[in-house]
Design a protein around this ligand. Structure first.
Ligand code: NAP
Length: 249
């Protein structure tokens, strides 16, 4: 069986790792190529776009793919919709692997919104020194906020346009609670912006913000394409894969 894993996440890498032990499954992981030095999963890896849904359908056919697991980041909406369309075109089973989103706890001061533009609208009413953790893409949404100062953390350096008053912190999770507490203090942060990425690796910032009484702007996830089954963990994805392999036998 040839399985295509659409990756770029810790879960995708973990899935590829656990699949190396499975007999009779060849795994190809696909990365967009956004990160200069990605952590590569085991098995075969291809890098770069497919050329839209049609390009992916063609790739699935040409490489005789039997199943696709879309383990991309919850905010990578385009590739997920392309995968749904391509899998439907070539009649290949598709599963979305999505780590569960974060949920607020007592003491959290969350403000939710559907987009980075929505987050930018909320910010002036919430603080002046912003810890921006939404990644290096889409910073144009915050570019007009000249009265605010930004600490922007990302794996690779961002391209303009971005806010005029911005310090860039190049770093990659997992992050610790102590580290996040120190960061908020050192930079006098009074508001945090995050996507609802979920997962443990970047969650400590939420706890640090709660402890410090700092408001958090949380950008909600885009929906998973309709009709695509969802697994919350690599283990559940593996169980799905076994179920369809069994069905094929
Ligand atoms: P996106 O908006 O959904 O995708 C844009 C285009 O990038 C797609 O149409 C596709 O090009 C290509 N692409 C995306 N993921 C791909 C993959 N795994 N393999 C091959 N091509 C891929 O995605 P994005 O938000 O730019 O994110 C890009 C990648 O970074 C994703 O794989 C995602 O898992 C990872 N990532 C994203 C975020 C985030 O916040 N968005 C955070 C962490 C990691 P074609 O149309 O040419 O096929």
């Amino acid at each position: 069986m040839h399985l295509l894993v659409l990756g770029g996440t810790t879960e995708a890498r973990r899935l590829a790792e656990s699949l190396t032990a499975e007999k009779g499954i060849k795994v190809t992981s696909s990365l967009a190529g956004r990160v200069a030095r990605p952590r590569l999963p085991p098995g075969e890896v291809r890098v770069g776009g497919f050329g839209g849904a049609d390009g992916m359908a063609e790739w699935l056919r040409a490489h005789r793919v039997d199943a696709v697991i879309d383990a991309t980041h919850p905010f990578a909406g385009t590739i997920s919709f392309n995968a749904a369309a391509a899998a439907a075109t070539v009649h290949v089973p598709l599963l979305a692997l999505r780590r569960p989103g974060w949920v607020p706890s007592d003491g959290d001061r969350w403000h939710t919104t559907d987009s980075l533009a929505g987050a930018a609208e909320l910010l002036p009413g919430l603080g002046r020194r912003v810890f921006l953790t939404t990644g290096r893409m889409g910073l144009a949404a915050f570019a007009g906020l000249d009265a605010l100062w930004f600490l922007m953390r990302s794996v690779d350096a961002p391209d303009a346009p971005y806010p005029a008053s911005m310090e860039v912190l190049l770093d990659r999770g997992p992050f610790t609670l102590d580290g996040e507490r120190a960061l908020l203090r050192r930079h006098g942060i009074d508001v945090l912006v995050t996507k609802d990425s979920g997962g443990a690796a970047t969650a400590p910032k939420l706890l640090a913000a709660r402890e410090a009484g700092i408001p958090v702007v949380v950008v909600r996830r885009p929906p998973v394409p309709e009709g695509v089954p969802v697994a919350g963990t690599p283990e559940d994805a593996l169980a799905w894969l076994r179920s369809i392999t069994g069905a094929r036998a």
